[in-house]
Design a protein around this ligand. Sequence first.
Ligand code: SOE
Length: 380
Amino acid sequence: MFKKNLNVGMVGYGFMGRTHSNAFRKVSNFFENEHQPVLKAICGRSEANTRAFADTWGYESIETDWPKLVERKDIDVIDICTPNDSHMEIAIAAAQAGKMIMCEKPLALDTAQGEKMVAAVEGAKVLNTVWYNYRRIPAVTMAKQLIDEGRLGRIFHYRANFLQDWTISADLPQGGAGLWRLDAAAAGSGVTGDLLAHCIDTAIWLNGSLNGVSGMTETFIKERRHTVTGKVEKVNIDDACAFLARFQNGSLGLFESTRYARGHKALYTFEINGEHASIKWDLHDLHRLDWFDHRDESKLRGWKSIHITDGDQPYMKNWWVPGLQIGYEHSFVHHVADFLANLAGNKSTSPTFREALETTRVCDAVLASAKSNQWQEVGR
Ligand code: SOE
């Protein structure tokens, strides 16, 4: 099939720059779409590092100033992979320049910024999406299908964790390349916006909106040296956060995230308990979905571990043969595949900026509740 080019201009070349570039490069080998991504330009502040990234990933050109990239006539989509404090400015400029936008999660530093971004993309009518990638792990997408098919019946409980241990050392500085996630000025918040945002996005997708929350946060290391200023500064991010929630459908939610769970590197798990059945998923075993169905014959009833590799299961017919599993990076490939499929119908890909704003509203409500020690309704 003759393909139209989708010229990509990416801003930022850190960890997410790599996951996205890999997805843009691979997608058209596995998914049939009218458009194929072309790595047109990569933008970063350091010319040498940007050039090295361009050479590694095959970008045709580089920019060191993002407004120049946004104004380029040969760019169709701006992919924002920078720290959170620059998402809003880049997204609004890109929308004004009529570009499609793919923005790394979380959407923004806070709800106020997110609202401006939604107004910008909707006002300019540009296609937009936010890279909450875990939705597109086949086992997670299959959980969505099972819920939508009504197989769980009424849902009573939603439980999610995202546990890491990489910031336990008090010697770790904050701020600057690689460590901006520890600096509230660049990140907005700590684990709430970084990790719980993933859990909240998946939860809203699978189980609907959250009405209210009660949260608590802790900052275990109170001061750190700042990489850029060299000074010892107060740490303003949440190192750990847990919250209770009530969903609109009447179910109860329990969420926990920390960077202080020694031994856990990226343990994202969720469990959903319904009237007829339950589902469990674990990022460390991401190609499996655990399923319990009370309607099974009683002598054979029990938890099943479904190996998600079959062509009938989401996304899998595009990969290898049954029995051969895929991994983390494929969730990004699937996101681009869906973006390209929706592009053919001039439709934004979920989660859109508007949908991702709901996650930011929940994060803000959790942080407000932790601060006030009060139950907090989620804003609409
Ligand atoms: C933090 O360590 C992090 O890289 C997040 O920023 C990502 O969103 C998450 O998917 C993995 O962990």
